[in-house]
Ligand binder design. Structure first.
Ligand code: PMP
Length: 449
């Protein structure tokens, strides 16, 4: 009930916040790009929550789809019944994702989708006579989810310190960060070295033991919207092919239109992954939903050996699939991929204007509406903001005061820097872009003063 007391105690707040943290505003409703709390305060959603609410809030067509599906069937166990919702969702997804990624294993979120992708690739290796391949190489920094397996392949030193012994440790190779480069390197030469590190890691592990390499084609929170140069993508694809290692793209944040293409992979057509993992924007936050996309050939090989030995109660959940199908319909009919490209380029221009006026913004990066601004103590030296100033929490709290909901968190204990994800809903208009950047400017002014 809305009359329940605010603050830590019951609810998720009991787990996830320091005991002395001030209470959060309580959500009442959402409307387009706005989130409105129970006291009537309005917050412009600059991040789509954790880069999920791609259609904004209170979307009438999605609400109508939820109502219609709820009247028919919400849940039927997929080993007993198939559903039209699952078939429509998977067919739309196959068409949008394109050849080689045309079969969708549907789950409840990003971590489950990553787990499913890894287990699928492993079973595929086993049934095709490559049982010696089991190692999954990830990147440092990188993030693929919070379950033990997904965290195991994530490059998050802090999480590994806490949970490390419970996760199988796998090799990690450096992500080709573009802002702070090693001495005497260009973005491109550094990226070449990072790709060479993958080649070396595969060789030193023994190529016959390496199953897959997992990376975000456009980075999320772990790297602050990292975009590697084209050569990196080409080299990674070549290295994986040469060693028989499957390339998995984690598109949990970057997929479903956010970067101005349906998949971020579509920006590098010559370097297609073997598997792509989607979640978040796939249901735009209207249902828990994720998918591992693989090829029909791989499914056939696994099915010939008895089928994928993996599943969850809520695989292909009927209601969630109906939401996913409605979201994909809307993404296509309202040309939200095109809008992400157009508004992304406008937003990027405005953020670059702001960066030229602000001593705090050292870098603006990303693709489409998957953008980030990196905050620095000194633009000349690129010095990071000292840890004790707890930049992300302060900026976030100031954002709320200015009616701007921001997504930022210090990842890897701040080892790589601090950034704000600027990832509004794909439905954003040009006027809303101006409003967002105006409020962000006010937040950063406040932060600096
Ligand atoms: N991969 C990436 C790139 C993500 O950003 C996230 C979520 N932040 C996940 C995986 C995990 O998704 P979920 O939280 O839905 O389990």
């Amino acid at each position: 009930p809305t009359t329940a007391p605010k603050g830590p105690g019951y609810g998720l707040q009991a787990f996830s916040r320091p005991v002395d943290a001030p209470p959060l505003p309580r959500i009442a409703r959402g409307e387009g790009i706005w989130l409105i709390d129970t006291e009537g305060n309005r917050y412009l959603d600059a991040s789509s929550g954790p880069v999920a609410s791609n259609l904004g809030h209170g979307h009438p067509r999605i609400i109508a789809a939820i109502e219609a599906q709820a009247r028919q069937a919400v849940f039927a166990y997929p080993s007993q019944f198939e559903s039209a919702a699952n078939i429509e969702f998977a067919e739309r997804l196959a068409r949008l994702a394109g050849p080689g990624l045309d079969r969708a294993f549907v789950v409840s979120g990003g971590s489950e989708a990553v787990e499913s992708a890894i287990k699928f690739v492993r079973q595929h290796a086993v049934v095709t006579g490559q049982a010696s391949r089991w190692k999954v190489i990830g990147r440092q920094p990188g993030y693929h989810g919070n379950t033990l397996g997904a965290l195991g392949v994530s490059g998050d030193a802090h999480a590994h310190e806490i949970f490390g012994p419970m996760m199988r440790t796998v090799p990690r190779v450096p992500a080709p960060l573009t802002y702070r480069l090693p001495p005497n390197h260009t973005v491109e030469s550094h990226a070449r070295n990072c790709a060479a590190a993958l080649d070396e890691a595969i060789r030193s592990e023994g190529p016959e033991t390496v199953l897959a390499f997992i990376m975000e084609p456009v980075g999320g929170l772990a790297t602050g919207a990292l975009v590697a140069p084209d050569i990196y993508h080409a080299l990674v694809r070549e290295i994986c092919t040469r060693h028989g290692v499957k390339l998995i793209f984690d598109e949990v944040m970057s997929g479903a239109g956010r970067t101005g293409r349906f998949l971020a992979a579509d920006h590098w057509p010559g370097a297609r992954p073997d598997i792509a993992v989607l979640a978040k924007g796939l249901s735009a936050g209207y249902a828990p939903l994720g998918a591992a996309l693989v090829s029909a050939e791989m499914v056939q090989a696994v099915n010939a050996a008895g089928g994928f030995m993996h599943g969850f109660t809520y695989n292909a959940h009927v209601m969630n699939c109906a939401v996913g199908a409605a979201v994909l319909r809307e993404v296509e009919e309202a040309d939200l991929v095109g809008n992400a490209a157009r508004m992304g380029s406008l937003l990027r221009d405005r953020l670059e204007d702001l960066a030229s006026r602000s001593a705090l913004i050292g870098d603006v990066r990303g693709k489409g509406l998957l953008l980030a601004v990196e905050l620095v103590a000194d633009k000349e030296t690129k010095a990071m903001i000292p840890l004790e100033r707890v930049a992300p929490e302060r900026v976030k709290a100031l954002g709320m005061r200015h009616g701007l909901a921001l997504y930022c968190r210090r990842t890897s204990r701040g080892a790589y820097g601090d950034w704000l994800m600027i990832t509004p809903p794909l439905t954003i208009t040009a006027e809303e872009v101006e409003l967002l950047v105006g409020r962000l400017a006010a937040v950063l002014d406040d932060y600096a003063s």
